[in-house]
Ligand binder design. Sequence first.
Ligand SMILES: *Cc1c(COP(=O)(O)O)cnc(C)c1O
Length: 425
Amino acid sequence: MPPTTPEDLLNSVVAKYGTYVNPGLARLLSFAGYGVEMKAEGCYIWDHEGRKFLDCLGGYGVFSLGHRHPKVVEAAKQALDTMPLGSKVFFSKSLADLAERLAKLAPGDLNYSFFCNSGTEAVEGALKVAKAFEGRPKVIATYGGYHGKTIGALSATGREKYREPFYPLVPEFEHVEFNDLSAAKAAIDDRTAAFIVETVQGEGGIILADDDYLKGLRSLCDQTGALLIVDEVQTGFGRTGRMFGIDRSGIVPDIITFAKALSGGVIPIGAFMGTPRVWENAFGKNPLIHTSTFGGNPLACATALAALDVIESENLVENSRARGEQMKSGLQNVAQAHTDLIAAVRGEGLMIGVEFTMDDVAELCIAQMVKRGVVAAYTLNNRRVIRFEPPLTINAAQVDTAVTVFAEAIAETASLLSAVIGAEN
Ligand SMILES: *Cc1c(COP(=O)(O)O)cnc(C)c1O
């Protein structure tokens, strides 16, 4: 029988997750208080009870343009009506246009693009191209870094919890402390194919790379002939208040990866870009050395082009910076009233993290935020940090709402905790 009431609907979906999808995930989402998502528009998501939620997670950075931006949806519809998936043997205009567009946006001589379908695939491709460059075996990555969960990307991801069950991973991957240039210097040598790093460790807990660190990595790589891969899967396209995370330091990597926001929040796409000398070494002898059946399909490329148009025409990079400052200072004010629970508020643009002083506070606070109609989540590699990554289209009033709800949620969490601690004593 099809479910009749909202409660029946929720119970039946949760039961199917328990039986057919992932029982642990069913418990995790239920604990946070999430129901079933039914539709979304702009900065809002509606659940099975018709409740409206302000999206302050933004799909981990996917929904930079909000949900279902009409111009992106229109581009997708046009592609559906003409040719959504390509033959792979004809030339594709939308793929060529998107590659040209990205080359004009990206810094330096990052001119070439390869298109895939997700962030982890972008990292896989980047690692392969780097290894092909001079045939060197070693890759250096950072603790706390997040690069995806397929075997190659996971070999670079810096959290034991995700890695340990899958040992041995790809050989000759080494991890060093993030933001520690002398550790990088000690690790990079003439057997190093690449150093891979984020400009802001998103899943690591919204930790910014120092400008001097990124500049130092650039010169260490130049000295040793290693390639510098910057993973902008989450930071790319305005998230940090600049078009790209690397724009703050002004360095140009040899390879850069994108995904999340490039989708326009409508059709999945990933990409990695490289310089002519990187591409010549990787694809020069064999243009089919790395391929993807679905990667670069016209549907995804057309929507990505529309998304880039919207980012420019609606000044979303500027909005990210302005609303980001508003949100960060609002959250900092809240933090001042809860110095026992909140250790730090940090970030740039609309990529802001609130770090708690103890474990489990983030989880409790998230549940209180969800109860009050704000979607939030902690960072995957650091559960003490709640991330605020709303759509870059968010307005000042919506930012105020998010901050107010966070203030209420942390106050409620504090009183719940003191009740528990009081009862224990
Ligand atoms: C999300 C993310 C990935 C992985 O992307 P998926 O699409 O989930 O595979 C890789 N790198 C960074 C920096 C990310 O934030």
